[in-house]
Design a protein around this ligand. Structure first.
Ligand code: DHK
Length: 146
């Protein structure tokens, strides 16, 4: 059976590679998605990779995952530190949840040190850029296989 994974990306993730400070590296969001799709295929996962700048859309997708996904990888971006609605939606999901961040959020400003998403996450990966996204998919494949 092919496991289905929702990889949900929050506000401004579509700007990766375009940020003049280079916080998230030089790789474009489209290229990161391509990497993740290739890696998911190699792992035998069906990947649904999505991005929205809107909190309610992300909540709707997390609720949709209850019916249409076996696991969630989520980078809620700036909403990580504020969104109780995203936390509540994640808490209603039964499968593994990996919280992923491109940057090492604990090396950055204090306001990025408290994650609501972490309260629902099975595991957290941060600071490894797009490699971390691939590792998140590897983790999901392992967790779903056991
Ligand atoms: C991405 C963002 O857009 C920020 O708001 C977060 C996260 C960190 C990341 O590292 O992927 O603070």
């Amino acid at each position: 059976m092919t496991h289905r994974v929702f990889f949900l990306n929050g506000p401004n993730a579509n700007l990766y590679g375009l940020d003049k400070h280079g916080t998230y590296g030089s790789e474009s969001f489209a290229s990161i998605e391509t990497r993740c799709q290739h890696h998911a295929t190699a792992l035998g996962l069906a990947l649904d990779f999505r991005q929205s700048n809107h909190e309610g859309v992300l909540v709707d997708w997390i609720q949709e995952a209850r019916l249409n996904a076996d696991a969630i990888v989520i980078n809620a971006a700036g909403l990580t530190y504020s969104s109780v609605p995203i936390l509540d939606a994640l808490l209603a999901f039964d499968g593994p949840i990996i919280e992923a961040h491109m940057s090492n959020i604990w090396k950055r400003e204090r306001f990025r040190h408290h994650s609501y998403v972490s309260k629902a996450a099975t595991g957290v990966i941060a600071g490894l850029g797009a490699l971390g996204y691939e590792l998140a998919l590897t983790a999901v494949a392992e967790l779903l296989a056991t």
